[in-house]
Design a protein around this ligand. Structure first.
Ligand code: FMN
Length: 339
């Protein structure tokens, strides 16, 4: 009988490059952990997730314990939303969302230390958010390392999508299906071209066609536990929005630039500007997003099969990765003491 799952982060505890500036991978893992726990109700099992259960192993990000077999936990009402939930990067209607709809999107228990706020896109706060997101996007495009790190997730060809089974492709980039078809015939774009396209689509599509923007805030965005919990909250919010027929997209450029300034020891220009968006300045933005309605649903992103991420093959992959990281660390330590 399966008693539960342990979830491990593969790779180094600290990510290299500009991605290391933030806990973005932990936020993503939090989202996956949320859905794994929720999906347990599909097999009639209740699930309790605990984050960072092993202080001695920082790669052990969560333990999901399943309730007794045969207890027949009812299917979670959001179960079907998991398969329908996709990041929507396209053009939306911009129609305002009624306050009660926004309240329903956010009607779920929030872990201690987290806060979520949403605000209309055409409110003074919404306009300020849009301006800062535009400036943060331009700053990322101008930052060669951030630009290259982001571009590394772009899968231009079908071959790369099938090989990596992750990332963003032309079909999920927000362009129309016709343009996606035509774009797939063209040669791969450079990081600079992709950056220019991303800035233009942020200014012309993502910001002006959103109905509302939102922020998830935590006391310390660099805290790993907070990042995992923020990812879980984001996922719940996105599922609730999906179940209500809404669409959503992370627009994380502002938190990314706040972290980048901190990583490089630069003046906290974006962090200070973000203060004006916050109800409580002791909590800092860790995740930003847009919400709204769209005439068309978004296509699904590439996915790895469950067998690649759960069970023995995943465990072997994890052990091999861990052994490699340990060997690299001990080699580095030996080299450091050599005269
Ligand atoms: C921490 C985090 C930050 C993200 N930031 C962005 C973002 O700024 N813009 C965007 O379009 N998608 C962003 N995403 C969405 C991911 O790219 C997306 O979840 C992934 O491609 C899988 O696609 P799916 O959500 O459709 O399943 C982010 C996701 C996470 C977890």
């Amino acid at each position: 009988m399966i008693k539960g799952w342990c979830c491990y982060s593969i790779g180094p505890v600290t990510q290299p490059g500009s991605i290391g500036a933030r806990n973005v991978i932990k936020v993503g893992l939090g989202a996956a952990i949320h859905n794994m726990a929720l999906a347990a109700s599909r097999i009639g099992r209740a699930a309790v997730a605990s984050v960072l259960p092993d202080a001695a192993n920082p790669l052990h990000v969560a333990r999901i314990e399943l309730g007794p077999e045969g207890a027949l936990a009812p299917p979670h009402p959001l179960l079907s939303a998991i398969g329908q939930r996709h990041t929507h990067r396209g053009t939306w209607t911009g129609a305002p969302l009624a306050a009660d709809v926004l309240a329903r999107v956010m009607a779920f228990p929030l872990a201690a230390g987290l806060a979520i706020s949403t605000f209309a896109a055409n409110s003074p706060r919404g306009l300020r958010f849009a301006g800062l997101t535009r400036d943060a996007t331009a700053a990322i495009v101008d930052d060669a390392e951030m630009s290259a790190d982001g571009h590394a997730w772009f899968r231009h060809s079908r071959r790369d999508q099938d090989r990596f089974m992750d990332g963003v492709g032309i079909a999920t980039s927000g362009v129309s299906p016709t343009l996606a078809f035509a774009g797939a015939m063209l040669p791969a774009q450079s990081a600079a071209d992709s950056g220019r396209y991303w800035l233009a689509s942020t200014i012309e599509t993502a910001l002006p066609t959103a109905s509302a923007f939102g922020l998830i805030t935590v006391a310390d965005p660099w805290d790993r536990r907070g990042a995992l919990l923020a990812g879980m909250a984001w996922q719940r919010l996105h599922l609730q929005a999906t179940a209500l027929g809404l669409v959503a997209q992370p627009l994380n450029q502002l938190p990314e630039m706040i972290d980048r300034e901190r990583q490089l020891g630069r003046a906290p220009k974006f962090a200070q500007a973000a203060d004006k968006l916050l109800e409580d300045v002791t909590k800092r933005p860790t995740f930003a997003f847009r919400l709204g309605r769209a005439a068309q649903s978004a296509p699904a992103s590439p996915r790895r099969p469950v067998s690649m991420v759960i069970g023995s093959p995943a465990r072997i992959g994890y052990d091999v990765d861990r052994a490699r990281a340990e060997t690299a660390a001990s080699d580095a330590a030996l080299n450091a003491v050599r005269p």
